[in-house]
Design a protein around this ligand. Structure first.
Ligand SMILES: Nc1ncnc2c1ncn2[C@@H]1O[C@H](COP(=O)(O)OP(=O)(O)OP(=O)(O)O)[C@@H](O)[C@H]1O
Length: 818
């Protein structure tokens, strides 16, 4: 093809494109003009509120969706965030099959000190990093709770004599606000520029926007009624279009309010639960010591057995109730203010004053007749928690109950508790019914009636001044608008009245949450004295003992074993004045009758019980001691998890351990066959107590001892279910591995593995309840002599039995001859 042909072709193509573009432009212009004509005809202005509100909402929706996708894309591309969307490499696949809360595992990184939780998310694991608890913060917060309790105690002591009824005591009246503000400032929104502050600000902005929109829709409603009355089809069409345009921002705002309410509630719950966990699951053993906290004020006593109810149910209900209150109180309040301002222009000051006075008076009447919902809530939560715990106890001990055939007894007990709950619920229903009757009558009948009356005031006044025919459609419009606004106002007012119940409920829940936090802080206090009234002001001045750590061995000097109680050191000791010392590598066995206090000695070593009266306890660092309790404890998880408890596998891998180490330990204790039966890392076994026999359970605990390899091992009745031959194998193993052992056991066969013995003799006349002696040849020979004597007697008995048998045979023979 020549260049001239090519030019011609090009020109023809360009002309074609030009023609096409011109055609397109003309079509577009035609459409635009047609639309403009329709818009002009319908009188729709782009500056009208429904139009720009619609455009604005669409822009916000499109903007937020695209920014969400952008962030997702960015996080997938940027390697730094990539691991959030990957499978966790170090966890077994079987782990993915379990659903629910148990999937979450946490560990504390030894390098950074941050806590990381692996949370399963859409067939992947994501690592959620949590900030390490700030110890100083809890110390500061503790002072605030202490101050509150001191002031409360002071007010109570002041008001114990006067005859003023409870509700008029000023200290009591403002306690709700004080408590909620403490929880709010310390836990829910601890700093001004907090994520939750922004969410709350947006929530308030959306509430205001919704009220404003309601006002606009109300006006439009009046306008549509007017259009219909005046048969103005053009305006009617326009207003209907406006109505549909309004629907978009209205739906967006409504959904956003609901979304924000849920999000804020969840954030509050997260903050509260983490705060409680930081205090409760702490190395200060708060979870154990909580049972010994005795509050001097009855109102703040916490039943530690119902602690789970506080942390799970009550915190959730408290957060939901608090956030719903923003909507239930915030929205009607904003409505009331907006509508009242707008209505003042329509029905005048007198009208608005009348409406508000009506609200105020009826509000007072309702408040006076309202039952004490806060107390009702508290009592209901209490009974529900007891009922829940009893059922839990039934599940946990089903085997024992079945052995004893004790279900009849359990049923009586559980029904007794359930009946109490039901009778309280009946009382609650009756109270609610009576109040509801009054409430509905006032709010649903009297208030709307007042509404109609005030809405019609302008029309009534107009009709007095002008003839009825002259009532133009504008009056109809104003009546429709006023009526709608007054009904909305009545609705807002009634919602405020209904929220009296919500506030009472929140009051009850706040009491429970505050009680929980006070107790946690009291026990978390480093000066916590068992049974003492720390935190409520009157710290008692007990003489404490001294605990010396990092001692190479174990030393008891003048130690009394006193159970924790309100009497403190003045309670009757279980054992008094114990004195002994063993060094690293030496083993001690403790003998004594049942209930004489053997396990209590471990409680003192482990610092579960207090050390009073100037006793001196010297022991290795806590991280160098392993305690093995009489009752074996197993966790939900694999066989491997039982051996490595309380570590998790990721931590063990970091230490350089692998499965072959676990297998070899299991072989040492004679449990290698369990690997074939249950697998080593197969998750999902929950009830190891019932899967294993008594002896297997004890052997598995020996595997735990061997795995952790601590300097000092304290064993409480470790071989009670193990046969004598295996007992020897296990103790030989411990001896050859060089453990320092403190063994509590009455088995004489174990004496030979120990260097010292502590015999607990309560009837002894000496000033100490424990006799500490060295196990030497002389000591062992006593047992050998005893063994010899027993053997001699057994031989004699068998000889006598033999002779008796022979005699009987001879008698039979003689009778045969006769
Ligand atoms: N919290 C407590 N408050 C009061 N007394 C307690 C408390 N805990 C245990 N006791 C009592 O202390 C005594 C010693 O209990 P401990 O568990 O130390 O006995 P033990 O010597 O280990 O008994 P066993 O050989 O039967 O295991 C028992 O009489 C027990 O009732």
């Amino acid at each position: 093809m020549s260049s001239a042909d090519l030019l011609l072709l090009l020109r023809a193509r360009l002309r074609q494109i030009n023609h096409f573009l011109l055609h397109e432009l003309k079509t577009e212009e035609r459409i635009r003009r047609r639309y403009a004509t329709v818009l002009r005809y319908l009188n729709i202005s782009p500056h009208a509120k429904p139009v720009w509100l619609f455009i604005l909402t669409m822009l916000v929706i499109v903007g937020s969706v695209s920014s969400y996708h952008f962030v997702r894309l960015f996080s997938l591309l940027k390697p730094k965030y990539k691991h959030y969307f990957q499978k966790h490499p170090n966890l077994s696949n079987s782990f993915l099959n379990i659903k629910g809360a148990l999937d979450i595992r946490s560990f504390t990184s030894s390098n950074t000190g941050t806590r990381v939780i692996h949370v399963p998310y859409k067939n992947k694991f994501i690592d959620v990093k949590l900030k390490t608890p700030n110890a100083d913060k809890y110390e500061r917060d503790k002072l605030i709770f202490k101050k509150f309790m001191r002031e409360h105690e002071f007010n109570m002591s002041k008001s114990s004599t006067p005859t003023l009824p409870h509700r008029y005591q000023p200290a009591m009246r403002f306690q709700f606000f004080e408590k909620i503000s403490i929880i709010w400032n310390l836990i829910l929104i601890p700093k001004v520029f907090d994520k939750n502050s922004y969410l709350l600000a947006s929530h308030i902005a959306f509430l205001i926007a919704r009220t404003w929109l309601t006002l606009l829709v109300t006006k439009l409603d009046g306008q549509i009624t007017k259009d219909l009355m005046s048969f103005n089809i053009k305006y009617f069409m326009r207003d209907m279009i406006y109505w549909f345009l309004f629907a978009v921002p209205a739906s967006y705002i409504n959904s956003s309010i609901k979304y924000l309410t849920r999000r804020i509630s969840l954030n509050f719950r997260t903050n509260l639960v983490r705060y409680c966990h930081d205090l409760y699951m702490d190395s200060k053993l708060v979870y154990y010591k909580l049972q010994y906290n005795n509050n001097s004020i009855e109102e703040y006593k916490l039943n530690h057995q119902t602690f789970n109810q506080y942390v799970t149910e009550d915190i959730k209900r408290f957060c939901d109730s608090l956030t719903n209150l923003f909507t239930n109180v915030g929205k009607p309040t904003v409505d009331l203010i907006f509508f009242a301002i707008y209505l003042r222009d329509n029905i005048g000051n007198l009208g608005i004053f009348g409406i508000l006075l009506n609200y105020f008076v009826t509000g007072l009447i309702l408040k006076n007749y309202s039952p004490d919902f806060s107390k009702i809530w508290k009592v209901r939560s209490f009974f529900e928690s007891i009922y829940y715990n009893y059922n839990l106890n039934l599940i946990n001990n089903c085997e024992e109950i079945s052995f004893y055939k004790g279900i009849g007894f359990e049923r009586l007990k559980v029904e007794e508790i359930f009946n109490k709950l039901i009778s309280h619920l009946n009382f609650e229903i009756n109270q609610r019914f009576r109040f509801q009757l009054l409430e509905d009558y006032i709010l649903k009948s009297i208030w709307p009636a007042f509404g109609y009356f005030f809405a019609s005031l302008p029309i009534l006044f107009d009709s007095l001044s002008s003839p009825v025919e002259s009532l133009a459609s504008s009056n109809i419009k104003s009546f429709t608008v006023n009526k709608r606004l007054i009904l909305s106002m009545a609705d807002a007012g009634s919602r405020l009245m209904y929220s009296i119940k919500d506030i009472s409920r929140l009051n009850g829940l706040t009491d429970r949450i505050f009680t929980l936090l006070v107790n946690l802080h009291q026990v978390h206090d480093s000066n916590f004295k068992y049974g003492g009234m720390i935190g409520s002001g009157s710290a008692n001045s007990f003489e404490n003992g001294t605990i010396q750590k990092n001692f190479p061995g174990l030393r008891f000097e003048h130690i009394d074993i006193i159970p924790p109680s309100i009497k403190g050191p003045f309670a009757k000791p279980i054992l008094k004045n114990l004195n002994f010392k063993i060094l690293q590598g030496e083993n001690l066995i403790i003998h004594g009758k049942n209930g004489c206090g053997k396990t209590s000695i471990i409680r003192i070593i482990c610092e579960l019980w207090p050390l009073f009266n100037n006793g001196l306890l010297s022991k290795p660092a806590n991280s160098d001691i392993l305690y093995v309790s009489q009752k074996q404890y197993f966790v939900n998880g694999s066989l491997r998890d039982q051996v490595i408890y309380p570590l998790n596998w990721k931590m063990c891998i970091e230490k350089g351990d692998d499965d072959s180490k676990i297998k070899s330990i299991l072989k040492d204790v004679g449990l290698d066959y369990l690997v074939d039966r249950f697998g080593l890392d197969v998750d999902g076994k929950t009830d190891w107590d019932s899967l294993l026999s008594g002896g297997e359970r004890q052997k598995l605990i020996f595997a735990r001892v061997l795995y952790h390899n601590k300097k000092l091992v304290v064993l409480d009745e470790p071989t009670s279910a193990i046969s004598y031959d295996y007992e020897d194998i296990l103790f030989d193993l411990l001896k050859t591995r060089g453990f320092t052992l403190i063994t509590i056991s009455n088995r004489e066969s174990l004496i030979k593995y120990h260097d010292y013995i502590l015999e607990l003799e309560k009837d002894d006349v000496e000033d100490s309840d424990g006799i500490f002696s060295k196990i030497d040849e002389d000591y062992l020979s006593k047992f050998e002599t005893l063994d010899g004597e027993i053997e001699y007697l057994q031989n004699e008995i068998s000889k006598i039995n033999e002779m008796k048998k022979r005699k009987l045979e001879l008698v039979d023979l003689l009778e045969g001859y006769e």
